[in-house]
Write a protein that binds this ligand. Structure first.
Ligand code: GAR
Length: 208
């Protein structure tokens, strides 16, 4: 059974998609051990508690030095002994020592087709604002492993979503979530939980 930590900062609709997929059996061999937020008011924490999942907050704001926070964050995560860390709308930079310890064991959902509209400054609605400003006709979502760069790790799954005339960033954000994020994030977890994802030469390969 793959033990998961899900890291969140906001509403937690991707967390909900994972909880639902475990409940309805579309994710097998996985269990959420803990949900961690940097924001004590994140609705995602409520969603976890409603499902009897342990939920806690750890914020850089409560530490004088970033290094102190990074240490405490890593110790807290390690105390749960998880196999996979899922960033589901988590807006804090992952400390390098955590990336090293959890090499190819941290995944992130990003609301665009990487390498478009990703990297520093592209998160949440800003991604969709960028896509609409550029006038692209297709966007989507990506699940990838986390490495030392921002949105640069091996890509596991991607799903395209059409842009429609008159889209606002909010409308597009919702469509990308419904049509792509809430599908590929649970799917990626199920693949990993069932030993079907391997990283070879820096690229994620799905075993048939
Ligand atoms: C999602 O759209 C996720 O892809 C995005 O934040 C949102 C969180 O929503 N993540 C990023 O932009 C990461 N760079 P949620 O809290 O409802 O799951």
């Amino acid at each position: 059974m793959l033990k998961l930590a899900v890291l969140v900062s906001g509403g937690g609709t991707n967390l909900q998609a994972i909880i639902d997929a475990i409940d309805n059996g579309s994710i097998t061999n996985a269990k959420i051990e803990v949900v961690i937020s940097n924001n004590k008011n994140a609705y995602a924490l409520e969603r976890a508690k409603q499902h009897g999942i342990e939920a806690l907050c750890i914020s850089p704001k409560d530490y004088e030095e970033r290094a102190e926070f990074n240490q405490a964050f890593l110790e807290k995560l390690n105390s749960y002994g998880v196999d996979l860390v899922v960033l589901a709308g988590f807006l804090v930079v992952i400390p390098e020592m955590m990336i090293k310890q959890y090499r190819n064991r941290i995944i992130n959902i990003h609301p665009s087709l990487i390498p478009s509209f990703c990297g520093t400054g592209y998160y949440g609605l800003k991604v969709h604002e960028g896509a609409l400003a550029r006038g692209v006709k297709v966007t989507g979502a990506t699940v990838h492993f986390v490495d030392e760069g921002t949105d640069t790790g091996p890509i596991i799954l991607q799903k395209p979503v059409m842009i429609e005339q008159g889209d606002t960033p909010e409308v597009l954000q919702r469509r990308v979530m419904e049509q792509a994020e809430w599908k590929i994030l649970p799917e990626a977890i199920d693949l990993i939980a069932n030993g079907k994802v391997e990283v070879v030469d820096g690229k994620a390969v799905i075993k048939k």
